[in-house]
Design a protein around this ligand. Structure first.
Ligand SMILES: [Ca+2]
Ligand SMILES: [Ca+2]
Ligand SMILES: [Ca+2]
Length: 161
């Protein structure tokens, strides 16, 4: 088939459309693929910390309700938040276990979480793609409560953001 002159290349309208689409892609994809600015990443890490605190407050207040089904075994309390008979949220000294906190946060796929030992959880950016975030120094760190009457520890590192 032979193309007529008119069908070769782009018309001006087509070019404009392509440029607009590329522009939209650049705006929406750039933060994911090119990385956010240091300031933006630090801000996001702070938001994760705030969400973690809120999650723990929420869970803690639920445990004060007499109607909540719970199984207590020493420092561990397993609770059935949604009342379906399965005790699938674990608390340590009344606060979220490091392994359970993540389920309470709505995290974007770009974040990686890393559990360390029985009590620590790191959530952040894995810039060198080794599956860990503690080495990239742009993370939120959660340490579950260590003793009766103590609260969990929350901290962040933005040195590598
Ligand atoms: Ca349940
Ligand atoms: Ca734990
Ligand atoms: Ca890493």
């Amino acid at each position: 088939m032979q193309l007529t002159g008119k069908q070769k290349g782009f018309t001006l309208i087509e070019l404009v459309v392509v440029i607009i689409i590329l522009g939209i892609l650049a705006v929406t994809a750039a933060p994911r693929f090119m990385g956010l600015s240091t300031e933006a990443k630090t801000e996001v890490i702070g938001q994760i910390e705030a969400s973690a605190k809120t999650a723990n407050q929420l869970v803690y207040s639920k445990t004060q309700m007499p109607s909540l089904n719970k199984q207590i075994q020493g420092r561990i309390t397993d609770i059935d938040i949604n009342g379906d008979g399965e005790f699938n949220t674990r608390l340590i000294y009344g606060y979220l276990d490091n392994e359970d906190l993540e389920e309470w946060l709505e995290l974007d796929d770009i974040f990686v979480s890393e559990e360390q030992g029985r009590g620590d959880l790191y959530i952040g950016y894995d810039d060198n793609h080794d599956g860990k975030v503690s080495d990239d120094l742009c993370y939120f760190k959660y340490t579950q409560a260590a003793a009766l009457g103590s609260t969990p520890q929350y901290s962040t590192s933005s040195d590598g953001c």
